[in-house]
Design a protein around this ligand. Sequence first.
Ligand SMILES: Cc1cc2nc3c(=O)[nH]c(=O)nc-3n(C[C@H](O)[C@H](O)[C@H](O)COP(=O)(O)O)c2cc1C
Ligand SMILES: [Fe+2]
Ligand SMILES: [Fe+2]
Length: 403
Amino acid sequence: MSIKIREDLIYVGGNDEKLSSFDNMYSLPKGMSFNAYLIKDDKNILISTIEKGEGDIKYYDADPQVSRDFISRIKEELNGETLDYLIAQHLEPDHSGSIEDIVKEFKDVKIVTSSMGKNFLKALSPNIPDDSILVGGPNLNIQTANHSLKFIPAPLVHWPDVLFVYDEKTGDLYSSDAFGTFGKNEHLFADEYNQDEEFFSEMRRYYTNIVGKFGTNVISALNNVSKLNISTILPLHGPIWRKDFDKIISKYTSWASYTPEDNSFMVVTGSIYGHTAKAAEALKKFIPGGKYFDASKTNISYLVSEAFKVKTIVIASITHEGEIFPPIEDFLIRLTHLGLKGRNFAIIENGLWLPTAGKKIKEYIEKIPSSTLIEPIITIKGSLKEEQNKDLDLLASKIKETF
Ligand SMILES: Cc1cc2nc3c(=O)[nH]c(=O)nc-3n(C[C@H](O)[C@H](O)[C@H](O)COP(=O)(O)O)c2cc1C
Ligand SMILES: [Fe+2]
Ligand SMILES: [Fe+2]
């Protein structure tokens, strides 16, 4: 069902509740939304398409009905009128998957994208004719009676081809993946949600995993749009924002600058038979709070998200075949890839014959800019010994000192 945002602006995106993970990597307990917007004026303009759930190439376990319904909604809304423009803000297939279907239905449509986006479109869909592609940049302006669309490049937020679209007449900012979130859209507008910790933690999990590497580019994009008079922010995933901009901009500013959101800490354990996890949990006797995660049982996206939030990360890992326990190493690799910086780390290692995990974890931490290792590394052989409680007590007091 399409939803009227305003008389001439229609939400035509959809929710996929069957898709089990985003990017085939980040779990989706509450599904995923794929937004698209239709401007109906003296020209008809579609802003973005959505994932493709069927055909030769489809988006993993995407529900094919979602993309079928998307095409039907647009045909129904246009009721025989032509579609003049399709704006492809970003060619990642979660938004470009249905472009070919749109071109099949609306043969004369002009596809607007960035010059990089044009290359990606040709690479993904070689049959799209050149003369149906328009390159949107600072000089292109699409005018209708009540809309005036400008194109603002937002490179690497989070692909090189990204275009924000700003409607000078309405103040609508189409922000591509920025300000998106995981989960289906239960409501159209963000202010209709109870904006509790869970709401923002899903936004954080989305931001950190998808856009987290590109903090510098996010800051420039935020600077570029700060000069605009924005009435509404319309992202390609998640609800539409029509107020509370300060709230999300301040969240984005701290995430993009890799600044911890508060004085909290997380403990990530990598343990097979439970001794290392039990040793890490003994920290609770000496310091309250903290979020504890089993790296083997937790989708890595949650670990990454929490790492961006907290000030201190305690890693407790067994030595496994002379190496770091693999789920812990995956987490450390991911942190270095995403460019996280400025965190305190502490290490608890376990090893029955030759504990070497701690030294190897330290090597990763050294690659994380402006990070501090809270020393010493605590080494356990098998189980935590009674006399080692004082080491945990000392570690707890050093964590408290960072608050
Ligand atoms: C598959 C496997 C490989 C291990 N490899 C090593 C090793 O290379 N060096 C070492 O000192 N301990 C090794 N250990 C022992 C563990 O580091 C650890 O002490 C033991 O698993 C108990 O901790 P846990 O109950 O937290 O799993 C290994 C254990 C397992 C199960
Ligand atoms: Fe994307
Ligand atoms: Fe996306």
